[in-house]
Ligand binder design. Structure first.
Ligand code: SF4
Ligand code: SF4
Ligand code: F3S
Length: 365
């Protein structure tokens, strides 16, 4: 039997305190919270650490870049140094035949127990010539590594749904992993995915040794269960009809909603507005740009990035409410507008402000 994660850490000079810190961080990343720490400690004390293979196919390596910027340094350290990350073209020192041997040995010696993490789509056009490693096509390598894996994770939108590699006209026949293999795939989309989400998925696999609950697109519900729009800090502006009209206008400076600038937060499922990026510093919308829907299927072909969505689930109800409100307000508004305002009325400034807000709300819808 192989070493447990705790044995491994101990051997590498980590203290018991480091181990418990790691367990607490892993429990949080996997969504177990403080109540799950004991379970994590017990799992990491006993469970054999799994071998991991990280493949790179048609991609830009930014998913790896994202992963190494996770906000729990000790978790990252443990995952990179303590796990048997036996094959990763970006992170391993070995190359050539030595690297090939490591890959083959891992598959042979860990049948049914190793985890495969895949970054990138697989080109299937022209017999797969557009991505070959060591003289083999990406597709044949995928079939070999996936066959005896305990779990297969598709990192990022390239591996999960093709992303830019599969954008029309998709000359290389780029295909997502789940369409090519005959076993369940955990899709972790995003271009790139959030580092802490990647960490959470790995932690879940390590602790429970099972697949997290997935949505209809194969994404862990825990991280992809809500729309960016649902927890966006600009949402009150959306609800009040306060919108940015151009990227350099006064409304942009005030941080109004980016819906009219093409924001796809209302149709994009991801944890950006909750977990954020770079240790919770920011996310695209907080930086002033709308969400471009990078974690949704076919996002490069889902329409222009700067054209606002004509509608989205739930918007019809809102539009209906607005229509009723408009029917009620229009005669009153028309009656009010030409009405001369008494300069002596104390209520005039607040009334004007109120009407301006109402007008903006209607204009924005
Ligand atoms: Fe790069 Fe995006 Fe593909 Fe990740 S999903 S490899 S960040 S293009
Ligand atoms: Fe946030 Fe975009 Fe929704 Fe506006 S439309 S509230 S910017 S997610
Ligand atoms: Fe992607 Fe939108 Fe988040 S573009 S990074 S899902 S805010």
């Amino acid at each position: 039997m192989g070493q447990s994660i705790w044995n491994s850490m101990e051997q590498k000079g980590y203290s018991r305190r480091d181990f418990l810190t790691f367990c607490a961080a892993a429990a949080t990343a996997a969504g177990f919270g403080q109540s799950g720490v004991a379970e994590v400690v017990s799992a990491f004390e006993k469970k054999e650490k799994p071998a991991v293979i990280w493949m790179h196919f048609q991609e830009c390596t930014c998913c790896s870049e994202s992963f190494i910027r996770a906000s729990h340094p000790i978790v990252l350290d443990v995952l990179l140094n303590i796990l048997d990350l036996n094959y990763s073209e970006t992170l391993m020192a070995a190359s050539g035949f030595q690297a090939e041997k490591s890959l083959n040995d891992t598959i042979k010696n860990n049948k049914g127990k190793y985890i495969v993490l895949i970054e990138g789509a697989v080109p299937t056009g022209d017999d797969g010539v557009y991505c070959m490693i060591g003289g083999k096509t990406a597709e044949s390598i995928l079939q070999t590594v996936a066959k005896d894996a305990a779990a297969v994770v598709a990192w990022g939108s390239c591996a999960s749904n093709g992303c830019v590699q599969a954008a029309k006209p998709n000359p290389t026949g780029a295909t997502p992993i789940h369409k090519l293999i005959d076993k369940p795939v955990i899709n972790v989309p995003g271009c790139p995915p959030i580092a802490d989400v990647m960490m959470g998925v790995v932690s879940h696999l390590l602790v429970l040794g099972s697949t997290p609950e997935l949505d209809s697109q194969g994404r862990p519900k825990e991280f992809y269960g809500r729309r960016v729009h649902d927890t966006c800090y600009r949402r009150p502006n959306y609800d009040a009809g306060l919108f940015v009209e151009s990227f350099d206008d006064e409304n942009a400076r005030k941080g109004y909603c980016l819906y009219k600038m093409g924001c796809r937060g209302p149709v994009t499922y991801n944890a950006c507005s909750v977990i954020k990026w770079n240790e919770g510093t920011s996310y695209p919308i907080q930086s002033g740009h709308g969400c471009i829907g990078c974690s949704e299927e076919g996002f490069w072909d889902n329409g222009p990035f700067y054209q606002h969505l004509a509608s989205f689930p739930g918007s019809a109800l809102r539009a209906q409410r607005t229509q009723w409100a408009w029917l009620w307000a229009r005669p009153r508004w028309s009656a009010w507008e030409p009405m001369p305002l008494s300069p002596t009325s104390a209520n005039v400034p607040s009334l004007q402000k109120c009407m301006k807000t109402i007008r903006r709300s209607f204009e924005g819808l």
